[in-house]
Design a protein around this ligand. Structure first.
Ligand SMILES: C[S@@+](CC[C@H](N)C(=O)[O-])C[C@H]1O[C@@H](n2cnc3c(N)ncnc32)[C@H](O)[C@@H]1O
Length: 229
């Protein structure tokens, strides 16, 4: 699995996650970021061109050498400076309360201990700093969730540890973030792809700054993970 995991999967991710539909979700997620942003699972840098002008620096965390190589061209032509600061979101080599915002797109599915990674992000964010996420995860539709659990072992092997059945909003909240906004959506595609395409798109805040109320929305109301609060 070494060559598959190390060389094929990063290229497949760069290809599969670079389309117009996903780009729109990415734009939505990075839109509210500003200042110094930690991006975990930086991958091939597909978010980089989408950061708003208020972002002054991106601190990239990425274990894959191939993904970082694929990102080199995007880093070279980016408006915003990028510093690759580490290899593992579960152990960030950054000062406590040093970052303004954090971003994770399609990464919490793969990190072995996502709770630990989120606790690290909570540590390095300043109070009131925000975490912006675009992730796939557990569907609230029982039949889809059953398939997600069935396919999980295969998915983990084929996609370098990716889990289909993580309930992202719950993990973010359990790590200590305050959820500001979470909406769910589904990627378009044929029925067999439903287990792969249930999305959690949202922002959460590190407590200590000004409070905000929680808003939950679903573009597909029948598949919302929770009712409006
Ligand atoms: C599906 S790819 C997504 C890449 C990128 N975030 C995007 O949206 O295109 C998942 C990424 O998470 C990275 N990753 C895996 N384990 C990680 C860890 N412990 N810390 C940080 N990133 C990790 C992988 O190397 C890979 O680049």
């Amino acid at each position: 699995m070494g060559i598959w995991r190390d060389r094929v999967v990063p290229r497949a991710a760069d290809f599969a996650l670079d389309n117009r539909e996903i780009r729109r979700f990415r734009e939505e997620v990075v839109a509210g970021t500003s200042g110094e942003v930690v991006e975990v699972g930086f991958g091939s840098g597909l978010n980089l061109a989408l950061y708003p002008p208020a972002v002054t620096k991106v601190l990239a965390v990425e274990p894959s050498a191939v993904a970082t190589r694929l990102a080199a061209k995007r880093i070279g032509s980016a408006r915003v400076p990028v510093e690759v600061v580490g290899l593992d979101a579960q152990q960030l080599p950054l000062e406590t309360a040093s970052a303004d915002a954090a971003v994770s797109t399609f990464t919490l599915c793969t990190i072995p201990d996502p709770r630990r990674a989120l606790e690290e992000l909570l540590r390095v964010l300043r109070p009131g700093g925000t975490f912006h996420f675009l992730e796939h995860g557990l569907s609230p539709v029982p039949a889809v969730a059953r398939w997600q659990r069935r396919l999980n072992p295969l998915q983990r092997r084929l996609a370098a540890g990716c889990h289909l059945d993580r309930q992202i909003d719950r993990i973010v909240e359990e790590a200590g973030f305050v959820l500001d906004e979470v909406r769910n959506d589904e990627m378009t595609g044929p029925l067999p792809l439903r287990p792969f395409g249930y999305l959690y798109i949202g922002t959460a805040t590190k407590p200590g700054g000004a409070g905000r109320s929680i808003e939950r929305r679903a573009s597909h109301p029948e598949t919302a993970t929770s009712s409006p609060s």
